[in-house]
Write a protein that binds this ligand. Sequence first.
Ligand code: ARG
Length: 638
Amino acid sequence: MAPADTLNTLLSKLNNLTLDSISEKYPTTHPEVNPFDLYRVHLAEILAPITGVASDKIYPVLSWTNTLDKGDFLLPIPALRIKGAKPDALGAEWAAKFPEDDPLFEKPVTAGNFLGFFTRGGPLAQTIVPMIRQLGEDYGRNRFLGMRDPKDPSQGKKRIVVEFSSPNIAKPFHAGHLRSTIIGSFLANLYEGAGWDVTRINYLGDWGKQYGLLALAYERHGDENALNQDPINHLFHLYVRISAEKEAENAAIEEKKKAGEDVTELVAKSLDEQARRYFRKMTDRDEAAVALWKRFRDLSIVRYKATYARLNIKFDEYSGESQVTEEAMEKVAKEMAEKGITKEDQGAVLVDFTELIPGKEGKRLGKTVIRKRDGTALYLTRDIAELLGRYEKYKFDHMIYVVASQQDLHLQQLFKIIDLLGYKDIAQRCQHINFGLVLGMSTRRGTVKFLDDILRDCADHMHDVMRKNEAKYSQVEDPEGTADTLGISSVMTQDMSGKRGNNYTFDLAVMTSFEGDTGPYLQYAHTRLSSIKRRANVTDEELANADLSLLTEAHAINVVRLLAQWPDVAQNTLRTLEPTTVVTYLFRLTHVISSSYDHLQVVGSEPELKIARMALYDAARIVVGNCMRLLGLSPLLR
Ligand code: ARG
């Protein structure tokens, strides 16, 4: 049976609605991917004559609940703006008028200014369970949301660019990059699930005088083998070493200067100066200089790709500061000057927002240098040219920058400059998604924090945790691989549990525990659901023909009610853009599933009942897996 047939079975119980009439009258609803849309439409239609409010005014105010005991939908009565009547009195009156024998809903319950509606468990189970099993990984996705015109799919999808991760070559991959990676990948998945055309961009920090210094370091102390084997670490160590040399040299020069010596020659020969000259060669496109730098970049990218693969992440484009051409920057520089956005100040070029924008906003944005006196373009200048270049290339409908809150001002300045340049509609398409700090992150292997080290530490810790349960440990087929996946799940789940903007403390012991709301707990929940299916020995055909009217227990119905919420939760996440919206739902779901096991035996029940319950748990496994994949976790089977 196709999902539409399942819905039609449900619709046949209602005498006033068809799929066509629904899509005509409620164009934003898509019952074929979200059955709760149909429930809301039906409710609005029933309530219209009772309340005297038009159904299309009722539909948008119907909200969901956060706890099952309040019902499945709520009507906040004041939102209907009925004059001269007390909401609670209206509620009581409407509840009394609500039909006794509605096919989808029980009699509503009154709660202050709200009416609460409980779905009837039978029809819901008989609709939701088959639909989830038919849609599989697509359950919770909604291809209509990203369409330019949902009525006319030939118009294509809306396009979004998500820039995330964006580490700096030869520098540690710090917590900010980790969070950007986790949150950015999640957002990209979210938009993909909503039917958008998604482009993932990694904007590397790979340009600037420090790469001249790095090249010098390589010429002096570089090791070809080490570079090929472990480029990220080798480059980092070279960089640390030469930076220390440079510091020492600068300090010595300062000393001499203080003592009144002539340091002109020393300065001219200094590492600082050599690095500057080397970088100048790079910007002048000197072949050898560019080739060496490109090797560093390419080898680092190969490594990054391998690490991202462990997190199921693939970028469509490795952009970076180096990829912004001088020509592109000159072009915007000219444009900014012509439009009176920049001004010269002692040879440097700057933007003074306090002059350009009156009042508080200008003050907040302050002043910023765009080009230094020596002619080098800065971080912000590159971002301006890069943004316009991306628009040219992708003509995006929306672009998200996933960058730590420390760069709030930088991105506000960036978007404002684009706006001041006259590209208001482009500026409006851009959004900064920020996040707080990770506190207390250090690894066992010292203080260097590359993504690989972080993940390896978590996997090691996880492995220790697993070894503590000898009986279970001996049954794990691939302990290394399992520890690795569990470790990654731990880090990611901890990161996504709170609101993005909050800081959190990196705590290996807490996040790798199987108890509490952790990644390992989620993996455990998924493996348990998978193992029921392996042990039950029920064929897919039997599951497809299950007699779901046997699912009558409150525990079974509560699982069904939560499963039915998933498309709404996914859609709401598109508004909050908070991973915690999904994480919170997923923990509620897994808790309700876990407390149902004792009441809903599968193996050992009567054959028909066993099949019905197995179909329910199969649907639960699908939804838990879909949530996990959206978060970027790889659901384990064992
Ligand atoms: N590489 C930068 C850093 O580590 C982050 C880049 C953010 N993206 C941007 N378009 N500026 O701080």
